[in-house]
Write a protein that binds this ligand. Structure first.
Ligand code: C2O
Ligand code: CU
Ligand code: CU
Length: 523
């Protein structure tokens, strides 16, 4: 098989970089309560969700083979499920306090499981890879929505194949609404626009993914930018105020979002919901899995004008082996994953906006948005002694504290009490061998949420921090944070009352699949 046949073969999922054995057979058995639903659970929202192979028009006029989530509402308020109009799954809208049942059916030729990114749910409802179900099987999720109003998303989470499955199309948005949000009367309907940003690569009309371990070390980078599942996205707007709900659902790409006419962003929310008050930023640095809720005021634009949402250039600290030390030689071909040459940190257009009509808007951005209920260090288990997690690299693999993923186990520093407040430190070391292996890692923690307490920069050898710093969206409750090369990021983590095994990992999906993921246990 030549490279091209290999890349475009239907066995895309099998191409995940297998560096270790998964430890359990696919489709291991599940507790009955989660396969059939619990007697006694009375849902407010009941829906079916399936994952299956299909085809979709991503490139104009051409059909592309994809894997998609499709849903059907069995019970619940109108508007709970909204078709995406693309390969993306239906948008799910829930309210805080809803009891939700989701009957998931795996119609893929591969095992899978669904994770509700950012939602605080019991361990068996969280889509841990040990819970994967085989092709043809069902998994019934039942949980209560505890999260504040905010933008979340759902995606697969099988061990070593999360990157390949999300890449093929498996992802969808999930919004939570609550009364605090409703009282603000933020732009809604046509004035609330979800933007799911992803990069992809094609050979003729079919998707192509990474082709080996070298590609996986940097992570997949595609040369086509998709917004809501389409290339060359264009928004036709009026001169009002719009609420853009942005998700970076790319495997590895970091965006530096900026308007072509330099208007600043007004941020009203991040991963875990609304901020206390709106904030202005010249640009937004958004790494894989992060969300930003922004308002854009077009009232000073003339009808007939147009603008672009762009990703600005930045210095991406690539692993030096790509170009320097090992480039071309023993490790040749590191840049192959940048299909079409759109490297990390390149500058490009994301979408264009055409302002077509004048409209009077009397929406004023409120000065106070919400009471996020922040915690402080006093409540933490050991405020001065953080749990340290080194983002490390050894034997051609990204690791956490020098360990790779193990399906069922945790180490001593990975167990603590449910319901507690913990201090975490993610250290992206820059000493010794690691100096040559610098990369930014978007670190994600399941189960709980955190506040970013502090970033301690290291030596910014490649200028990455300087070119991205002003755009960090560290405010509010978060579940994913970008840790730059050399940096130490200190977090205050709030864990839920649920007991059991949860994950923390790098959300560069190729890193995650390679084993830059570990369990922690709440006792
Ligand atoms: Cu987006 Cu482990 O998650
Ligand atoms: Cu998650
Ligand atoms: Cu990483």
């Amino acid at each position: 098989m030549n490279r091209r046949e290999f890349l475009t073969s239907t066995a895309l999922a099998a191409m995940a970089v297998s560096l270790r054995s998964s430890g359990i057979p696919p489709g291991m058995s599940l507790p009955d309560s989660s396969t059939h639903g619990t007697t006694g659970f009375v849902p407010d929202v009941d829906l079916e969700l399936s994952a299956k192979p299909t085809s979709n028009e991503i490139l104009p006029g051409l059909m592309t083979g994809v894997w998609s989530y499709r849903g059907r509402l069995l019970q619940g308020r109108a508007g709970t499920l909204e078709e995406s109009g693309s390969y993306l799954g239906p948008t799910i809208r829930l309210h805080r306090g809803d009891r939700v049942r989701i009957r998931f059916r795996n119609e893929l030729p591969d095992s899978t499981i669904v994770h509700w990114h950012g939602l605080t749910v019991p361990a068996l409802m969280d889509g841990h890879p040990r819970l994967v179900i085989a092709s043809g099987k069902d998994y019934v999720y039942e949980f209560e929505v505890r999260n504040r109003a905010g933008q979340y998303w759902y995606h697969p989470h099988p061990d070593q194949r999360t990157g390949a499955q999300i890449y093929r199309g498996l992802a969808g948005l999930l919004f939570v609404h609550d009364e605090e949000e409703a009282s603000l009367r933020l732009p809604s309907g046509e004035n609330e626009i979800p933007l799911v940003i992803q990069d992809r690569a094609f050979q003729s009309n079919e998707l192509v993914y990474i082709s080996g371990r070298m590609d996986a070390m940097t992570g997949f980078l595609g040369d086509k930018i998709l917004v809501n599942g389409k290339t060359d996205h264009e928004l036709t707007l009026s001169t009002g105020v719009y609420r853009l709900r942005i998700l970076n659902a790319s495997n590895s790409r970091i965006y530096k979002l900026a308007w072509s006419n330099k208007i600043p962003f007004t941020i009203i929310g991040t991963d875990g919901g609304l901020l206390e008050k709106p904030l202005r930023k010249p640009y937004l640095t958004i790494s894989p899995a992060e969300r930003v809720d922004v308002l854009v005021d077009l009232s000073n634009e003339a009808a007939g004008s147009s603008l672009e949402l762009r990703s600005g250039g930045f210095h991406a600290a690539q692993m030096m082996m790509g170009r320097g030390m090992m480039g071309g030689g023993m490790m040749g071909g590191m840049s192959r994953n940048t299909y079409g040459g759109l490297e990390q940190g390149s500058e490009f257009k994301i979408l264009s906006v055409r302002v077509v009509k004048k409209e009077k808007s009397n929406f004023r951005i409120p000065n106070r948005l919400s009471q996020p209920g922040f915690r402080n260090l006093n409540g933490a288990e050991s405020p001065d002694k953080a749990r340290v997690f080194n983002l490390s690299f050894m034997a051609m693999q990204w690791l956490l504290n020098d360990s790779t993923f193990e399906m069922q186990s945790t180490k001593d520093n990975e167990t603590w009490k449910a319901g507690t407040l913990q201090t975490f430190e993610f250290r992206n070391a820059s000493t010794g061998m690691m100096r040559m292996m610098q990369m930014a890692h978007p670190m994600h923690v399941h189960g709980g949420q955190f506040q970013v307490l502090q970033r301690t920069p290291g030596t910014d050898t490649q200028g990455m921090a300087a070119s991205l710093r002003e755009g960090f969206t560290d405010e509010g409750w978060k579940d994913t944070v970008l840790v730059l090369p050399g940096e130490t990021v200190r977090l205050l983590m709030q864990f839920p009352q649920f007991k059991g095994l949860f994950l923390y990992h790098c959300h560069n999906l190729e890193h995650e699949d390679m084993g830059m993921m570990r369990n922690y246990r709440l006792t």
